[in-house]
Write a protein that binds this ligand. Structure first.
Ligand SMILES: C[S@@+](CC[C@H](N)C(=O)[O-])C[C@H]1O[C@@H](n2cnc3c(N)ncnc32)[C@H](O)[C@@H]1O
Length: 244
């Protein structure tokens, strides 16, 4: 796969899970370069049809919100509202912690925690984390305009997004459950197409939905047209537009 936007491999060590961003057992991270590439492709599609931001971005299987948080740190100026939901209450605690890092108060709290660890244990890893946190804090200073909503929801349940105003979500990016670490909550045939059906009413005109799935997974995309797709390692990424 050829990167169209993230053409240079940069050093994303500052965003390493567990360093400044929070981590917990069972949580999955996501390659920062790939997340950044996906969001820039989504933005390019939505701008091509004449839409201008700031946009609303939603991840309906947000897990610990690692993907959403790193996208916001790198591209937060494009968005006014970030929405994050997941079925798993424990994962949502992690998501709330990570999303709190998008505020100056959240970053200051995190810096104080790392400073406490440094005083207690004096490890180089804590000194490095502190330096990363100071750099991330500079990024966060540009994000005062962002609103974040995070709630518990089973995205496979009919009508689950009734409380979200119709037509308000511009971009969905989600790394769907796969394998044993993060599996779908229910035995539903073709869960991705069920999720796509539930998302449809909340999508704005010309909204873009980016799905990251395991390479060989097949699913129906009724009500959507394919904009583009690519494979990278064991993952497949597909970008869809809602049909009118
Ligand atoms: C691969 S993980 C997502 C990780 C996330 N991208 C991150 O950066 O932290 C998939 C997530 O889907 C969630 N999930 C499984 N079934 C779900 C459902 N029916 N509705 C919403 N979320 C679900 C799991 O709890 C898990 O957190």
């Amino acid at each position: 796969m050829k990167y169209l936007f993230e053409t240079e491999a940069k050093n994303y060590e500052d965003f390493a899970s567990g360093r400044v961003l929070y981590n917990r057992k069972g949580a999955t991270a996501f390659p920062v370069r790939l997340g950044s590439e996906i969001v820039q492709r989504c933005l390019a599609h939505i701008r091509r049809v004449g839409r201008h931001g700031p946009f609303t971005l939603y991840d309906p299987c947000c897990g610990g919100a690692y993907l959403l948080t790193t996208i916001a740190l790198l591209h937060g100026k494009e968005f006014a509202l970030l929405m994050a939901s997941d079925i798993d209450g424990e994962m949502l605690e992690l998501a709330r912690d990570n999303l709190s890092l998008l505020t100056l108060s959240g970053m200051e709290r995190r810096i104080a925690q790392i400073n406490d660890d440094l005083r207690l244990y004096g490890k180089d890893s804590h000194r490095e984390a502190l330096a990363s946190a100071e750099r991330i804090k500079e990024l966060v200073k540009r994000l005062c305009h962002l609103t974040v909503r995070c709630w518990q929801a089973d995205i496979l349940k009919p009508g689950i997004l009734e409380a979200v105003p119709p037509g308000t979500v511009d971009i969905v990016i989600t790394d769907v459950p796969y394998g044993s670490i993060a599996s779908w909550s229910q035995e539903v045939q073709d869960p991705i197409s069920v999720m796509l059906g539930n998302l449809r009413p909340v999508l704005s005109d010309q909204a873009v939905v980016a799905l990251v799935t395991p390479n060989r997974q097949r699913f129906r995309t009724e009500g959507y047209s394919k904009l583009e797709g690519f494979r990278i390692g064991k993952r497949a990424v597909v970008l869809l537009a809602r049909n009118d």
